[in-house]
Design a binder for this molecule. Structure first.
Ligand code: HEC
Length: 247
């Protein structure tokens, strides 16, 4: 029984750990903060402007986002919603599935749970990992998602990066080039620091979409811990009081 259990764990664990690491490049740390409401608001705005044309957040409704992120309903409606949508609608991309498959070979995945399926660091790294590659359909590849089928829609902001290769000799004495990273090629409209913040905000927002209650849960956790500490103090005093006469 124990042996079988160990065997099962052996299969499950490396599989799970390998998922986000497929590309082999270590992910960059996103350093997001789910309690930074302004970052979440910027992330929501930027997601709606740059990503929602292709990607849905189908498990979320507009009015939920507006309430959680304290976005006034009027601003939500004028700046962040597809014109034909109502506040209680789910955030579903307007792109017809059949067209998406024709254009991209597959449907752009729903991103509501992306930060759980992959990770916040993955989203952050992925959006910083595009580099020029003439052999690909969209002229780009990605360090963290080899042969990705997504065009680099943020190139006007981020600029374009070029791949950096190193010559390595394998055991049979054959030399070949190995991709070791990227370097700036042509600048975009944002500075690297501005682009980092832009991408961090989107990653933060997608952390929120995967678990809208997270910020609330964390502050509740602090409250519960404080309550338990205070309660413990009283319980201890009470215990001392009860046992005073016994000893
Ligand atoms: C023009 C359409 C389009 C736009 C706009 C777009 N994407 Fe994508 N995206 C795709 C497609 C298609 C894929 C699937 C690529 C694949 O699987 O090879 C994808 C894949 C992804 C993935 C990887 C999903 C996975 O499999 O884990 C992430 C993350 C992602 N997009 C984030 C974004 C973000 C964030 C934005 C906005 C800044 C954005 N995308 C804008 C088309 C788009």
């Amino acid at each position: 029984m124990l042996k079988r259990l160990l065997l099962i764990t052996a299969f499950i664990l490396p599989g799970g750990a390998a998922m986000a690491q497929d590309a082999g490049f270590p992910l960059q740390h996103a350093d997001t903060n789910i309690n930074d409401i302004q970052s979440l608001q910027r992330g929501a705005r930027d997601f709606m402007n740059y990503c929602s044309g292709c990607h849905s957040l189908q498990y979320l409704r507009y009015n939920r986002v507006a309430k959680d992120l304290r976005i006034p309903p009027a601003t939500m409606a004028s700046d962040l919603m597809f014109t034909s949508h109502k506040p209680f609608d789910h955030i579903v991309s307007a792109m017809p599935a059949a067209d998406a498959v024709t254009w991209f070979g597959k449907q752009p995945p729903d991103l509501t749970l992306e930060s759980r399926y992959q990770s916040v660091d993955f989203i952050y790294s992925f959006l910083k990992g595009f580099y020029a590659d003439k052999t690909r359909v969209w002229g780009v590849n990605n360090l963290y998602f080899p042969n990705v089928g997504m065009p680099f829609v943020l190139a006007p902001l981020a600029g374009v990066q070029k791949p950096v290769y190193k010559s390595v000799t394998d055991s049979s004495g054959q030399a070949h080039l190995e991709l070791i990273g990227v370097a700036p090629m042509s600048p975009g409209s944002m500075t690297p620091a501005q682009y980092d913040r832009f991408v961090r905000d989107i990653a933060n927002f997608l952390d929120y979409t995967a678990e809208p209650i997270k910020a609330q849960r964390e502050s509740m956790g602090i409250f519960v811990t404080l309550f338990l500490l205070v309660f413990f103090a009283f319980a201890y005093l009470l215990k001392k009081e009860y046992w005073k006469d016994v000893h």
